[in-house]
Design a protein around this ligand. Structure first.
Ligand code: FAD
Ligand code: UDP
Length: 394
């Protein structure tokens, strides 16, 4: 009998498995559909011996000391500051837009002070910042919006920025200084031996059993457990009863080239003409030295594995309906990017999982005080379909 069945061995599932096993001494079974742990952060050495990220570039950054210190128990870090160039009008320009982007694009030599008034002269003031178009146009005006954001966003999401919540393009700031880092978080680093090694260490505990190539629905009738942590898509859990939640997908095309360096930056964004959004060269991220180099192209897709929740009002409304069902489903915690339909970075998922663990601990403390009452209420059972889970007592 397992105390917890955890669905999904990405950040959400693995953090909870580790906490429940190591800190609360629970017996945990963690399963994943895929043939590996790590979820979308999975990395591996390809046939040429180069460390690559199967599901696109994963760069760790956070302002949370708690999250950074927690993960540091399972990995050493390689300090890494991420840099991106955007291919616009035949030039490779710093992205986020900064002083150098403006000067190089327009052939100017403005100072930081002057560029502020220059951008202010281009900006289209908005009373309310509602959409991803509002965010950019109100800061840098329509021309820069079209060159750097509109095409990229239409490709990435299959939607115009005016159809997406402000939070999407607000991820990318605009700067009037020369700082060309993609992120400015306090902690920016890559796991020294890769993400997968870090996940292996998290899950390496006698109380944790790992089952790969396994859809949790296959094993529900055979594996007794008390509670579930679910980190897959929330609409799939409820058998799409209110309809499908849109998740955007990507096709990743990996290549290895017989030369040490492929491009001049870790990531180059292609906002306009190409079908792909960006090319990543992994050796910049990992610091690996190798005579060859590996890259990945990202081609956005409507169908395929669910990678991105799509932040827009009607999707949030639909998610809220599923969330209400989730809250009425005793004994199951919904955690992570797919299960809470949030465009979360890795650190946010770790923070959410640690918070869920604290909640569980508080509840377990209550159970310890009233063992007789809860023992009877929880009992042992092997639910066969999700609908039946709702009958359980939390
Ligand atoms: P996932 O990693 O998606 O894990 C969920 C797991 O559940 C999956 O492995 C899936 O196979 C499994 N699962 C689903 N359904 C079932 C089922 N029925 N039975 C069994 N298993 C199931 N974040 C950053 O901080 N920095 C970055 O640079 C960054 N870059 C990214 C680039 C791309 C292209 C993408 C797609 C994401 C990126 N992210 C980045 C976000 C990051 O990947 C996520 O925040 C994080 O991996 C989410 O972890 P998770 O555990 O919630 O979900
Ligand atoms: N974006 C853009 N042009 C760029 C980079 C980003 O239009 O050169 C927009 C686009 O909508 C993208 C969003 O900003 O989806 C967030 O970018 P980020 O780099 O954070 O995307 P992620 O790494 O999560 O795919």
């Amino acid at each position: 009998m397992f105390d917890y069945l955890i669905v999904g061995a990405g950040f959400a599932g693995s953090v909870l498995a580790e906490r429940l096993a190591s800190d609360a001494h629970k017996r945990v079974l963690i399963c994943d559909l895929r043939n590996h742990i790590g979820g979308n952060a999975f990395d591996y050495f390809n046939d040429d011996g180069i460390l690559v990220h199967r599901y696109g570039p994963h760069i760790f950054h956070t302002n949370s000391k708690e999250v950074f210190d927690y993960l540091a128990r399972f990995t050493a870090w390689r300090p890494y500051q991420h840099r991106v160039r955007a291919c616009v009008d035949g030039q490779l320009l710093p992205m986020p837009i900064n002083l150098d982007t403006i000067n190089q694009l327009f052939g100017l030599s403005l100072s930081a002070f002057e560029v502020e008034s220059f951008l202010a002269s281009l900006a289209e003031p908005r009373n309310q910042i509602r959409t991803s178009e509002d965010v950019v146009v109100s800061k840098v005006g329509r021309e820069l919006y079209k060159k750097f954001f509109q095409g990229y966003t239409r490709k990435q999401w299959g939607l115009d920025p005016s159809e997406l919540d402000a939070s999407v393009t607000a991820r990318v700031p605009t700067r009037t200084n020369r700082d060309d880092r993609y992120f400015t978080d306090t902690y920016q680093a890559m796991p020294l031996h890769g993400y997968t090694r870090m996940f292996e260490r998290m899950l390496n505990h006698p109380n944790i059993k790992v089952m790969l190539n396994t859809d949790y629905r296959e094993i529900l009738p055979y594996i007794p457990y008390r509670k579930m942590i679910y980190t897959g898509p929330i609409d799939a859990f409820f058998e799409y009863q209110f309809g499908k939640l849109p998740y955007r997908s990507l096709e990743f095309v990996h290549e290895t080239h017989d030369r040490p360096v492929y491009q001049c930056a870790p990531v180059i964004n292609y906002p306009n003409d190409e079908a792909y959004t960006r090319i990543t060269e992994f050796k910049y991220l990992t610091g690996q030295e190798h005579a060859k180099t590996s890259i990945v192209y990202e081609y956005p897709q409507a169908e395929g594995d669910p990678y991105y929740p799509v932040p827009r009002p009607e999707n949030t409304r639909l998610y809220e309906r599923y969330k209400a069902l989730a809250e009425a489903t005793p004994g199951v915690h919904f955690v992570g990017r797919l299960a809470t339909y949030k465009y979360y970075n890795m650190d946010q998922v770790v923070a959410q999982a640690l918070k869920t663990y604290r909640t569980i601990r508080e509840r377990e403390a209550i159970q310890v005080e009233q063992p007789a009452l809860l023992e009877g209420a929880l009992g042992e059972r092997t639910p066969s379909v999700n609908g039946k889970l709702r009958a359980r007592v939390r």
